[in-house]
Design a protein around this ligand. Structure first.
Ligand code: TYM
Length: 328
């Protein structure tokens, strides 16, 4: 891996098929940024345990996400692709963070608030979600964390936690790390034009809203989804159709198309479906090819995991030392 470059860390939960919101909000950014940053991209299987409690399903989801990344062009020689659980130290660090974090502070996190406003009894894992995420980010010394808008708050939690830890434990007398700060403060990185990719109902595209268009959808699925996009009777330009269309075609081209077909919602939807099909087809075909060699995919994850884990040894030693549990 390139030394001297800034470090990028990001993750995705293996809970469902990837949708185009994940792609434009996250995956595509990872590809572009991997030229510039030393990149660590992981599949957050421990986070997913809050949602998927079936071993076979989780295993399959992890392989699926790895395939997704590889199919959209992630080069495992340039990017360390791994699964979260191959760096078990994140759970240790998460525990240490728990001890310096208050319940009222965590109760303000979106994921927990969402679960509790829906009247669900949230699991401790859901409540604690931002601390595991802070551990993912801080253990790797991330400079930047590219995420969609919905994860921004979580990255802020990671920053706050780094600051708090540094304040409490760094520079304490006598340690090998005295005078130094243990954690770097990470920055969220959000591409504004795709900060929120809307779903077919106009709300944020999200697995939990059931309004997604899958990234590797078949032509048939794409057509059906696009035709069911909710439109309003606005100015002749269907807002939700346009917002998705501009992800796959330049706005200058769209300007004349939407001008010529003002009010013709059916035709505009057909144009969007065609553009999406052309965009998705080569990705889907590449993914099908890669899926024929599952062993190769597992090997990529395994070596990525070993690389990511080896980086955490000195950080964890510094942390253990700083908090007073590393006696020998
Ligand atoms: P997850 O799996 O929900 O989403 C993965 C990434 O996709 C982005 N995203 C979107 N962006 C724009 N529009 C949308 N409609 C949309 N839907 C999803 C998300 O913002 C995210 O960047 N908690 C994280 C996983 C995680 C993580 C981390 C991320 C665990 N540890 C450490 C970064 C750093 C999650 O659930 O993402």
């Amino acid at each position: 891996m390139d030394k001297g470059k800034k470090i990028l860390v990001s993750g995705v939960k293996p809970t469902a098929r990837q949708h185009i919101g994940n792609y434009f909000g996250a995956l595509r950014q990872f590809m572009e940024l991997s030229e510039q940053y030393e990149s660590y991209i992981f599949i957050a299987d421990y986070h997913a345990l809050n949602f998927v409690q079936n071993a076979k399903e989780l295993e399959q989801n992890v392989v699926d996400i790895a395939l997704d990344y590889l199919a959209v062009g992630l080069d495992p020689k340039k990017v360390t692709l791994f699964k979260q659980s191959d760096v078990p130290e994140v759970t240790e660090l998460c525990w240490i963070f728990d001890t310096i974090t208050t319940m009222p502070y965590l109760a303000r996190a979106h994921a927990y608030k969402d679960a509790s406003t829906k009247g669900k009894e949230a699991s401790v894992g859901t409540f604690n979600y931002p601390m595991l995420m802070a551990a993912d980010i801080l253990i790797q010394d991330a400079d930047v964390v590219p995420v969609g808008q919905d994860q921004k708050q979580h990255v802020e939690y990671a920053r706050d936690t780094a600051e708090k830890f540094n304040r409490i434990f760094s520079a304490k007398g006598g340690s090998a790390f005295s005078g130094g700060e243990i954690f770097k403060l990470p920055e969220p990185m959000i591409l504004t034009e795709v900060a929120v990719v809307p779903g077919i109902d106009g709300r944020k595209m999200s697995k939990s809203y059931g309004n997604t268009i899958e990234l590797f959808a078949s032509d048939e699925e794409i057509k059906n989804k696009v035709m069911s996009i909710v439109t309003d009777s606005g100015e002749g330009i269907p807002k939700n159709v346009y917002a998705l269309h501009k992800l796959v075609r330049s706005e200058s081209e769209l300007k004349s198309l939407y001008e010529n077909k003002k009010g013709k919602y059916q035709e505009l939807k057909e144009a969007l479906a065609d553009d999406l099909m052309n965009f998705i087809r080569p990705l889907r075909e590449k993914r099908e090819k890669l899926a024929q060699n599952k062993e190769a995919v597992l090997e990529i994850l395994k070596s990525g995991g070993a690389r990511a884990r080896s980086r955490t040894a000195s950080k964890m030693s510094a942390v253990r030392h700083a908090v007073g549990v590393e006696l020998y």
